[in-house]
Design a binder for this molecule. Sequence first.
Ligand SMILES: [Cu+2]
Length: 465
Amino acid sequence: MAKLILKLWAVTFLIAMVTAPAMADPTDIQPEKAQNSSAYTPVVTPNGSTLCWKMVDGVKEFHLTVEEVEWEVAPGMKIKAWGYNGQTPGPTLEAVEGDRVRILVTNKLPEPTAVHWHGVLLPSGMDGVQGLTQKPIMPGETFAYEFTLKQHGTQMYHSHGDEMVQMGLGAMGFFIIHPKTAPTKIDRDYAIFLNEWFVKPGTSRPDPNVMTDFNLFTFNSRAFPGTAPLLARPGERVRIRVGNVGQEFHAIHLHGHNFKMVGTEGGDIPESAQYPETTVAIGPGQTRDFEFTAVPGDWAFHCHLRHHPMNAMAHDIPNVIGVSQEGVEEKIQALLPDYMAMGESGMGEHSEHAKHMQGPANTLPMMGGEGPFGNVGMGGMFTVLKVHEDVPDFKDADDYTKQVKLPGDFGWYKNPAGTVAELAPGYENQLTKEGTIYTCPMHPEVRQDKPGACPKCGMTLEKEK
Ligand SMILES: [Cu+2]
């Protein structure tokens, strides 16, 4: 009897081996990219990547693994996030309307999950809502989602199990579906995922319980000065897609251009209804696509909520603008020798101090970043659209993300003569005229009659009181 059972088991096992669908490990997937570039311009996800797929029996098969990832927000700060395939946001899925897709999802989290294909029209049972449309994907399990793409546009994917924690830790990504035939040719196509986080300075685990007072604001989970620039050549047609499944609204603003709103997560905006903007408000659960013709220059691209192009700051510090700090510094230095009184004349000096003062471990100074004219004094949701003549053609999206990582990459715009704001001729510096002396807060022996930087530490000199 035991022999018979063993035989039956062996036969069943063999049949299972032969008939089992190809449940490949992500590492087995050959780099057969969505590179049908005659039909569309591949999307670049700055600081991110595009997921490779392989064709299995006429179906484009993708493999996502949801797992803990160590992620660099900007040089000097890493977080322990939850993402897909080693990154947050997860790699961008890219396909074409009409494709049949199969997405294998392996759960390497310590708790159950499910993946929702946000905005994608599909059978209810493939919608990825844990408990409602499917069983949870238990740790270690791999689920297959399979459906035919009936639309095109900028869609997203994200966890739909323990959402506050899983999405709060970064489990999200783009799902971009190209039209079979595009009405206009796009030269550069970029995708930027917004998110906000709270990471207590000195720690690395984002706190998903924080509901309102976030201290990190990111484009593709990177904060300035860790954000890659968007490159284009003058006159090129550029599309930017922005996605948000966070907790807050953002007002994404581009300098130097009037762009046209061309799509939402619900699909194309008909040409007759497209409208001009310079700032697009984008709420949780929304995507927005806009297009423009690139104008030469280095153009700021950022969230316009004024705390969002900034990094970790303590929001509960007292407001000391215009309040004399005379004597305060000395008193506190008796207890904390490194203490510096700041904020009397505004927060701008903070970005200077950040260059030479040791902050807490694993956090980012409130603002910083070197530009061609000095400190940019920004952080968070901020990057630069660089429209330069000498921007190269990149082989594909991977080639771009490997070569373009930080704001200074590919240089700065060479302004034609006479097109940069300068000191107005004939106007003397009012402060110098009145005989003001400028000193360094760290090196009082440095004294001069002109504003400038301390030759010893580089800090901006302050008016002597
Ligand atoms: Cu914002």
